[in-house]
Ligand binder design. Structure first.
Ligand code: GLY
Length: 353
């Protein structure tokens, strides 16, 4: 009995790891390099405070995933020997005017009803947390539970953990179609008892026996500066700008949102705009060298993640949009539970019984 997962990003690999822990035989088919697309591009901001705006099923799911992260990262570190660099950084949300502050307070009240804590910061506390903050008459709010992970390290850890448990990861193997338990890629076909589509923005390009809910690529530019490690402790946010720093010192600023199909061209003007916004918040960044990269967020026309069984033997795990890194643990837990409850024979002990 075998599960084939199309897509070797953080969603597909986390699911592969969790299924393999249950004794399921898993093959991951990745079109290019495992974790080389949105999982490589993502900043790694695990920030319900920044991303959750109201109370719906998916916001609760997102929050639940954020709460799984500390243990997820620790277990992954232990199994793989690779540190995913999960850090409880907290986040500072800035408001530049009374109108922005009002909107922020209203959102915080809704978030608080969901269980996301935040509190206003005094000017002195703000200076203590971000002494390098530029002038701007800021008001600020502190989100103590927002955290950071390094998605590239997480993918390295997942690959190591998966391989230790016997998961087969085939790179440069693009899935073209899935029909009658047969997964077709240009070089060969794979037989599967269950197939999961986890190809992010590319998922609905696969030919399947049922129409697939459309995935939508939402391109984002990010920029990165090399700074002294530990220079920026918390996540810093203002409107559509966010900054965070990884353990290595890489300080990431984001982001843009563009509907540009799968165009991989980097637009230097968008990079400059992010750099200007970053330097407005942290003037020490003005004139500093930065690198620019893009990624394709896996949006969905439905406006929420597409998770669960779409047809007998065919499962969906895509459409995570801005929160793919954050949603990986909860997505894998849910799909593992649902797959094994629909197909208990996927577990070797059950099929032997
Ligand atoms: N989660 C942040 C972004 O998608 O830009």
């Amino acid at each position: 009995m075998k599960v084939v997962i199309a897509g070797g990003g953080i969603i597909g690999l986390t699911l592969a790891w969790r299924l393999s822990q249950q004794g399921v035989s898993v093959t991951v088919l990745e079109a290019a390099t495992a974790g080389g697309e949105a999982s490589w591009a993502g900043a790694g901001m695990l920030a319900p405070g920044g991303e959750i705006k109201c109370d719906n099923e998916w916001d609760r799911f997102t929050l639940a995933s954020a709460r799984l992260y500390r243990d997820f990262a620790a277990e992954l570190n232990e199994e793989s020997g690779v540190d995913p660099e999960w850090r409880l950084s907290g986040a500072v949300d800035l408001a530049a005017s009374e109108a922005e502050w009002h909107v922020q307070c209203e959102r915080a009240a809704k978030q608080s009803a969901l269980g996301i804590d935040s509190e206003p910061l005094s000017p002195a506390a703000l200076r203590d947390l971000i002494p390098q903050l530029g002038p701007g008459g800021w008001q600020a709010r502190w989100y103590p539970a927002d955290a950071i992970v390094n998605p590239r390290a997480t993918v390295r850890a997942l690959l190591a953990a998966c391989r230790r448990r016997g998961v087969v990861v085939e790179e440069n193997t693009r899935v073209l179609s899935v029909r009658d338990g047969l997964v077709s890629t240009p070089p060969r076909q794979y037989r599967a008892d269950a197939v999961v589509l986890a190809c992010g923005a590319w998922s609905s390009l696969i030919d399947a026996a049922v129409p697939l809910p459309p995935a939508v690529p939402v391109r984002g530019h990010l920029i990165g500066y090399q700074c002294a490690p530990g220079w920026l402790a918390p996540i810093l946010r203002h409107q559509h700008t966010y900054l965070l720093q990884r353990d290595s010192g890489l300080l990431i600023a984001g982001a843009s949102e563009e509907h540009a199909g799968f165009n991989r061209g980097i637009n230097p003007a968008i990079g400059r705009d992010i750099a200007d916004r970053a330097a407005h918040l942290l003037p020490a960044l003005a004139g500093q060298k930065y690198e620019t990269w893009i990624g394709f967020r896996p949006g969905s026309e439905a406006g929420h993640p597409l998770l669960g069984q779409a047809a007998p033997g065919l499962w969906l795990a895509y459409g995570h949009y801005r929160n793919g890194i954050l949603l990986a643990p909860a997505t894998a837990a849910r799909l593992t539970r649902e797959l094994l409850s629909a197909r208990p024979d996927l577990r070797p002990s059950t099929s032997a019984a």
